[in-house]
Structure formats: structure tokens, C-alpha cells
Design a protein around this ligand. Sequence first.
Ligand code: HEC
Ligand code: HEC
Ligand code: HEC
Ligand code: HEC
Ligand code: HEC
Ligand code: HEC
Length: 502
Amino acid sequence: MEKKLPSLYYNWISLIGSAIALVSFSIIAFLYVLDLTSAGASSYFGIITYMILPIGVLLGLLLIPIGMLIERRQRQQDVASLFPVQFTVNLTDPRHRNAIIGFLIVTAIFLIGTAVGSYQAYHYTETVEFCGEVCHTIMEPEYVAYKQSPHARVTCAECHVGEGANWYVKSKLSGAYQVYAAAANVYPRPIPTPVENLRPARETCEQCHWPDKFYGSRQKEIHRYMADEENTRYTYNMLIDIGGKKYESGRHSGIHWHIDNKVEYIARDSARQDIPWVQVTYQDGTTETYESMYDPAADSLVEEAETRVMDCIDCHNRPTHIYRTPVDLVDNALYTGDISPQLPYIKQQAVYALRAKYTDKDSALVKIENQIREFYRQNYPAVDDTLRAELNQAVSALRTMYTNNFFPYMKVRWDTHPNNVGHSKDKGCYRCHNGYMTTAEGQNITHECNSCHVIMEQGTPGNMEVTNNIKQGLEFQHPMDIGGAWQSMSCTDCHDGGGAVF
Ligand code: HEC
Ligand code: HEC
Ligand code: HEC
Ligand code: HEC
Ligand code: HEC
Ligand code: HEC
């Protein structure tokens, strides 16, 4: 065989290296064409094409010079005593010429391949499939909840990475650690929140929701069901003051007032639920400091702790990974008819079944079904005849709800991550608007029910109290007589999303 390349190249290591590089490269080229021509390939496809195979090419290419170096060293040792080794390039020598042309062609192909490859890898690591499906058991809670959320068409990267090379690199560096954590099985369960180095929300959320577009009130109908035999419905129809820029003053009012006034706070816990100190800096530069009347922050805490400036995530911490509460799930299903309100005590029993703790998904589904059927067998045996279809449907609805909102493997359910919008499951707005955050002059952060929403309708079907006074609304009626306790206590003293505690 005529040797067209430098003789040093003809050694086993370099030859094997070339073979590995060539084979990997051909497979990449083939898969790349396949990827272009077929729609919806699997998520592992990208890992192989754009992450594993390029390592093969690189390794193979590295082996070539390594082999040549080793070969040279050996020859030097063999013949050192006979000939001094010299390095010369002679373009009139066809072997040297071939080597250089070959080297340039391979380098050019490799560079183009690398450019296309890294572009593909860049896009691939930003896809929802890569983030949500590759480590599917770890990301299952986030991914499943996301797919049913209002943001199901927004990619993971649009919120978690955003625009710009800087954050891309940051996210890939922390991503590299996550790959290790997943492979070595050292990841925390559940994945803790708040996410420490989440990109500031104003740089991500505001790509789509900019504050000037908040306007007026949002109407929300909330249908609740009592834990009684009839599953009595209780409805609130309220106007929630989203707020917005006021034409006259040019300033924001209402709920989104917090974004154009700087609100800083100190939290005692990592979940940012226990807030003893809040400071507002108004646009004219004046400040106002509020401290908890009952449990003020120690001076040392105020001096040393880092304050956090409130942004979208301090309220909307569950915009897309929404693990719904048993109460929300069952109330929604009763309203849409997935669970029939004709089944006696179904609200209460369904909430009990969902909120119990189970060790794994399979046994949970079996136990939930058994528990519901057993309840009717013992207390309402007639249901099996008269409402059999409704009972079956309720059981199947509960199984779906459990599957989509409870993740025992990752230890995730509604009570593992607080939701800061509202105040009836978690403290939420009441972390500050609890009536006991005051200034030195004794002025409170507002606690008035009407400062955030007004109730336009409330009551049970056929017994609705209605007003058309948008400013004042109705005085809140608690669905069950608790003697005004709701005025002096927080809703969360009795409610936690898993049914009211007595
Ligand atoms: C609409 C914006 C948005 C989208 C889209 C989004 N996330 Fe999130 N994600 C968040 C926010 C906000 C948090 C909570 C931050 C906090 O509490 O500090 C979060 C938290 C998380 C957490 C921490 C654990 C948890 O359950 O809260 C993981 C893991 C996560 N997201 C993964 C993903 C994956 C995977 C996708 C795509 C399938 C995705 N996210 C899509 C906004 C988003
Ligand atoms: C790429 C665009 C995009 C980004 C980024 C984005 N959103 Fe959204 N958001 C949407 C769309 C689209 C909807 C759905 C609108 C609808 O259903 O009417 C939505 C809806 C919402 C809603 C209303 C949900 C409801 O229940 O009706 C809230 C609150 C919200 N987004 C907050 C956020 C927050 C907080 C962030 C940042 C963590 C964020 N969004 C990032 C596009 C985006
Ligand atoms: C003080 C808490 C708080 C902050 C801070 C906050 N929001 Fe909201 N936001 C709310 C509440 C409460 C609602 C109404 C209730 C709901 O939609 O569930 C709301 C509603 C919305 C909606 C739905 C609006 C509509 O018309 O239906 C969007 C979108 C939204 N917020 C985005 C954002 C973005 C983006 C930011 C950051 C720039 C932000 N919010 C900051 C509390 C807050
Ligand atoms: C970290 C503390 C903090 C949290 C959490 C918080 N707020 Fe506030 N909020 C304030 C402070 C401070 C003020 C200004 C004092 C006042 O107006 O009483 C304020 C003012 C308001 C105002 C009056 C704005 C105006 O027009 O003057 C509304 C409405 C409001 N908040 C709604 C909410 C809602 C809804 C939530 C929960 C989703 C919430 N806030 C969560 C600190 C907070
Ligand atoms: C700081 C603002 C704020 C204050 C003060 C406030 N609320 Fe709310 N409230 C909210 C927000 C935000 C929600 C959640 C709306 C949603 O679900 O989107 C809510 C939800 C509710 C709901 C619906 C609960 C459910 O079952 O879903 C009721 C009822 C309610 N509030 C009653 C009250 C009463 C009574 C008071 C006075 C004691 C009060 N609120 C004070 C902000 C506030
Ligand atoms: C002293 C304890 C207590 C307090 C405080 C309390 N509740 Fe309740 N709540 C109950 C009980 C008990 C029931 C009846 C149980 C049931 O039917 O589920 C109930 C039922 C309800 C229901 C209808 C059924 C359901 O589970 O959704 C709503 C809505 C409700 N409460 C909202 C509130 C709100 C909003 C607040 C705060 C403003 C509040 N409650 C404060 C004890 C309390």
C-alpha cells in the first residue's frame, strides 16, 4: 500500500482514533439528516446526536496526535543512536503536501461540523424535552404540572434562563452540576424552592407581561363546596384589583403597586414565609419601615441580613409548577361535573383520600379507590345501585388528579411548596398584610379586605347575596358560622388546602 500520509501516522492508536472519529462523525451526519426530515424525535435522540457522539469525534481526533507522538518517541529511542531526528516540511514532497491538504480539509470539516453541532446543541439544551423529559423521574413534578398550566406553551428556558449569553453560560454551569447530581443520585427530594439563583423575574416575565399593561380588575368566580352530606355549593364572585397605572397620577395602584415602588423585606426562613421587617422606598425617595408588632426582628438580624427586593416571584412563585390542593381539585371537579355532587359526602371523602400520605403512586391509586368505595359500602350501600356510574367516574377522576398533582417519589405535593398568591392555603399576602406590621407611628400595612378585592356576589344557589356597588362590595360571609373568628384569625389558622381543621 502506498502511504500518502506521514509515516508517523501509521500506528495503531492513530488509526483507531481516525476510525472512531470517522464513524462517530458519519453517524452524527446521518442522524442530523434524519432529525431534519422527521418530526418529533425522542428526547434521547438529541443527547446522542449532539452530546455523546461529538465526544466520540473529539476523542478520536485527539488519539491521532497522541498516537503519532508515541510513535515518534519510540522511533527516536530506536534510532536515536543512528540518526538525529529533524522536523522539515517540504511542499515538493507529495507525502508532505497530502498531509497538509488532508489536515486542512479535516480541520475545515471539523470546524463547520462543530459550528453546526454547537448551534444544534445550544438549541437542544434549551428545549422543553431536554429540560423536562431527560431526567424524567426527577423533573416529573415540575414537568407534569407545567403541561397543565397557563404557561404550557412557554419554554422552560424562557423563564429559567432568559436572553443573553451570560445567563446561558450560568445556566449550563449549574446544569453540569445537576447532571452529576442526577447521575450520582445525590439530588434533594423535593427540589427546594425558592430557586436561589433564579434570573430576576423582571428580565424574564416582563418579556411577555409588562407592568404598563396591567389594568383595572379581574373578575373571578370561586365555587366552593361544603363538607356536608349535600356537598352544598358556596360561591364568591369577586373583583380582584390587579391595578395599573392611573391616568391622573401616572402611578401604579392596586396589587401591582409593588412593582413600581421598591419593597424590601427580611425573611427569617429560607422559604421566605416568616417576614418580620419590611421597607418601602417611594418614588420620591422617602422610606417607610414596618415591623412586626408581636415578633419584631432582632436588631442584629436587621443589620446583618440581606434584604430582598420584592419582584414577581415573591407573589407568583407558582406561575406554572402548580401542585393543586385537594380542596381546589375536588371543588373544580364538582363544578365541572367530573365528580357528581349527588354522591353524599363526596367532597369530604375525596379530600380525605387525596390528602393522606402514601409511599408510592401505585399503592396510592389502589388505596384511594378502596377508601372511597369502602365508605359508600358501609354508609350508603344503595349508591352502588343508584349512582354506580357516578361512583366509578369519581374514582377515575380522583386517580387522574392524584397522578397529575402528587409525586411521592420526589416527595412533592401541594403542601411542600407554599403558594404566595392569596391567603387561604398559605400565608401569601398575609406575610405582610396581616394587620400587625406597623411603622413606629403605628400605621399598618393595609389589612382591609376591600383593599385587594371586592365581593360582588356570595352565597349558595338560590340564596345569593348580590351588589352592584363596585367600590364597597359586600361584607364577607364565612360559609359556615364560625362566630366572626375570621375577623380575628387568619384563614390559614384553620385552612391549609387539605380541608378545614376544626
Ligand atoms: C412561566 C415561567 C416558568 C416556566 C415556563 C417554567 N418554570 Fe420552572 N419555575 C418557575 C418559577 C417562578 C419557579 C419557582 C421559583 C421560586 O420559588 O424561587 C420555578 C421552579 C422550578 C423548579 C424548582 C422546584 C419547584 O417545583 O418549584 C424546577 C426544578 C423547575 N422550575 C423546572 C422547570 C422545567 C423542567 C420547566 C419546563 C418543563 C420549567 N421549570 C418551566 C418558572 C417557570
Ligand atoms: C414567553 C411568554 C411568557 C413568559 C416569559 C411568562 N409568561 Fe405568564 N403568561 C403567558 C401567557 C401566554 C399566558 C396565558 C394568558 C392567558 O391564558 O390568557 C400567561 C399567563 C400568566 C398569568 C395568569 C395566569 C392565570 O391563572 O390566568 C400569570 C399570573 C403569569 N402569566 C405570570 C408570569 C410570571 C410570574 C412569569 C415569570 C416567571 C411569566 N408569567 C412569564 C406568557 C408568558
Ligand atoms: C404583591 C404580589 C404581586 C406581585 C409582586 C406581582 N403580582 Fe401579578 N398578580 C398578583 C395577584 C394577586 C394577581 C391576581 C390574582 C390571580 O391572577 O391569581 C396577579 C395577576 C397577574 C396577572 C394576570 C393579570 C390579568 O389581567 O388576569 C399577570 C399576567 C401577572 N400578575 C404578572 C405579574 C408580573 C409579570 C409581575 C412582575 C413584574 C407581577 N405579576 C408581580 C400579585 C402580584
Ligand atoms: C413583603 C411584604 C408584602 C407582601 C408579601 C405583599 N405586600 Fe402588598 N404591600 C406591602 C406594603 C409595604 C404596602 C404599602 C403599604 C400599604 O399600602 O398599606 C403594600 C401595599 C399593597 C396594596 C395597596 C396599594 C395602593 O394602591 O396603595 C395592595 C392592593 C397590596 N399591597 C396587595 C397585595 C397582595 C394581593 C399581596 C399578595 C399577593 C401582597 N400585597 C403581598 C407589602 C407587601
Ligand atoms: C393584601 C390583599 C388581600 C387582603 C387584605 C385580603 N385578601 Fe382575600 N384574597 C387576596 C388574593 C390575592 C386572593 C386570591 C385570588 C385568587 O384566587 O386569584 C384572595 C382570595 C380570597 C377569597 C377566595 C378564597 C378561596 O377559597 O379561593 C376569599 C373568600 C377572600 N380572599 C376573603 C378575604 C377576606 C374576608 C379578607 C379580610 C379579612 C381578605 N380576603 C383580605 C388578597 C387579599
Ligand atoms: C376558626 C377556623 C376558621 C377560620 C379562621 C376560617 N375558616 Fe373557613 N371554614 C372553617 C370551617 C370549619 C369550614 C367548614 C368545613 C367545610 O365545609 O369544609 C370552613 C369553610 C370555608 C369555606 C367553604 C368550604 C371550603 O373548604 O372551601 C370557605 C370558602 C372558607 N371557609 C373560606 C375562609 C376564608 C377566606 C377565611 C379567612 C378570611 C376563613 N375561611 C377562615 C373554619 C375556618
